[in-house]
Ligand binder design. Structure first.
Ligand code: IDP
Length: 139
């Protein structure tokens, strides 16, 4: 059965451009409830841990530099079928391929600086939520 929680973070390009509020508005209007949220800064090392699965990819070094270049806004979100519905709301990794009206189509600058993260499975949503939040920080 599909789970009801996912993990997201608004990435440095979107936070830096002042799009945090507009993105949160889209998330809430799509029916997601915010279970946990904060503003944080990743070190390059912590960004590397978060994207560990990509460590052999050619873009890994640039990605971790970018992800530690400015503030991020991590959140845990709740909704039926959360992971799948949220991936639909954010759109494809490459904003040039993202469907019209999706968060990445509207706010992303490039395939790397693509405005927002969304977990790709219930298992990863759980792991990624724990990466950023302690139990006492969740509602
Ligand atoms: P996803 O975030 O849509 O799940 P992943 O393939 O898991 O996409 O990639 C993680 C992140 O790595 C992307 O969101 C993007 O910031 C970055 N990325 C993915 N592919 C490329 C690439 O080809 N060049 C540069 N950055 C990339």
């Amino acid at each position: 059965m599909a789970g009801n929680r996912t993990f997201t973070m608004i990435k440095p390009d979107a936070v830096g451009a002042g799009n945090t509020g507009a993105i949160i508005k889209m998330i809430e209007e799509a029916g997601f409830k915010i279970v946990a949220m904060k503003k944080a800064l990743l070190t390059k090392e912590r960004a590397g841990q978060f994207y560990e699965v990509h460590k052999e990819r050619p873009f890994y070094n640039d990605l971790t530099t970018y992800m530690s270049s400015g503030a991020i806004v991590p959140m845990i979100l709740e909704k039926d079928n959360a992971v799948e519905d949220f991936r639909k709301l954010i759109g494809a990794t490459n904003p040039k391929e993202a469907a019209e009206g999706t968060i990445r189509a509207i706010f992303a600058e490039s395939i790397e600086a693509n405005a927002i993260h969304g977990s790709d499975s219930d298992e990863n949503a759980e792991i990624e939520g724990k990466f950023f939040f302690a139990e006492v920080e969740k509602f």
